[in-house]
Ligand binder design. Structure first.
Ligand code: FFO
Ligand code: ATP
Length: 305
């Protein structure tokens, strides 16, 4: 899975950029954004403009040749979003500076801890992200392959778990978690992230975790930065915050046990307290798995992990 993404290299970045630009124009709004601040892998550029995107209809377009009064609008953007954007920029740079061998070591250490953990072994149903090399995310390929029984990975016994993975639906930056049973169920989306088609090979709708009759026990979450009080900084789409909020509401309605929200983090992604800005939309995680170990944060993590 990781190899598949590896091979795509520059084409992936082009695909990502095309997608982000298309998304920006689909959003329709015209808001100024700070030059440089949002200019990560997905920022589109022309000679005097940069386009970046944010979800829930807040598209941002920077005209670097804009007159002064337009530049003033830049500083009137929500300061929390500005802080988040600056932190994303910084963490992306640190992730890019990690050597491949360091990343491999940390990927192996994180996945080993997950695979050997009692809370993972006992979980019957989970939502997990399909890691993307271009985004420098903690690798999940070994975890997913063990769940799905990929023969290229040696495992003592196939772990039987129900697995849901993200699929971005274009409208309103909506993300669903759909059930898959094989690695082959995944295809690359325009952002070059592997995700399932809405229909399975037999033409049936894949089960959406929001429609499932049984709860999931665990979410394995991606992100750009985390801290030891459970704060999580995502990539700015609000996809996970929205989905986790809806899922928590479903859990409360059904009187199910809440799932463990566990983020996977390289060492450089763990920030000091108070560094990550938060709003009321941000959902806190219960625990982190880093190469140095599991960090249990919430009472549910302390009880179950
Ligand atoms: N593996 C994986 N799948 C996922 C997510 C994720 O974070 N990781 N998502 C979680 O939401 C959703 C997709 N959301 C995404 C949001 C932004 C970017 C992205 O490429 N961002 C660029 C910067 C873009 C910009 O700011 O202009 C980047 O982070 O470098 C990718 C996926 C659903 N699937
Ligand atoms: N549940 C929600 N309902 C409405 N808007 C939301 C919700 N969650 C986040 N948003 C909005 O989405 C935008 C992006 O949010 P934020 O910067 O917190 O995303 P993120 O945590 O980086 O991304 P993700 O959740 O995909 O990992 C913000 O404008 C935020 O207000």
């Amino acid at each position: 899975m990781r190899g598949l993404i590896n091979e795509r290299g520059k084409a992936a970045k082009r695909a990502l950029m095309t997608h982000v630009i298309a998304k920006a124009f689909a959003g329709g709004g015209l808001v100024l954004a700070q030059a440089g601040a949002g200019a990560g892998a997905g920022a589109g550029r022309s000679s005097n403009s940069r386009v970046s995107f944010s979800c829930f209809g807040r598209t941002t377009i920077t005209n670097t040749a804009a007159p002064m009064e337009k530049k003033k609008e830049i500083s009137s953007l929500d300061p929390i979003q500005e802080e988040k954007r600056a932190l994303r920029f910084k963490v992306r740079r640190q992730l890019k500076a990690m050597s491949p061998s360091q990343r491999n070591l940390e990927d192996a250490a994180i996945q080993k801890q997950v695979l050997e953990a009692s809370w993972f072994k006992s979980c019957k149903s989970l939502c997990a992200y399909v890691s993307c090399e271009v985004l420098r995310e903690v690798d999940t390929s070994k975890i997913l392959s063990e769940i799905l029984g990929d023969p290229t990975f040696a495992c003592d016994a196939q772990i039987k778990k129900r697995l849901y993975v993200p699929r971005v639906e274009d409208r309103n930056c909506h993300m669903r978690m759909l059930n898959i049973s094989r690695v082959d169920d995944l295809i690359a989306n325009p952002m070059n992230i592997l995700e399932p088609a809405p229909l399975d090979n037999a033409g049936n709708q894949r089960e959406d975790v929001m429609q499932a009759t049984h709860p999931v026990d665990l979410f394995l979450l991606p992100g750009l930065a985390f801290d030891k009080s459970g704060r999580r900084l995502g990539r700015g789409g609000g996809y996970y915050d929205a989905l986790l909020t809806s899922y928590k509401e479903l859990v409360a309605r059904q009187k199910w046990e809440p799932p463990l929200l566990v983020a996977l983090s390289y060492s450089v992604q763990i920030m000091d307290d108070e560094v990550i800005p938060v709003t009321s939309h941000d959902v806190l995680v219960d625990a982190l798995v880093s190469p140095a170990g599991v960090i249990r944060i919430s009472p549910i993590a302390i009880e179950k992990m």
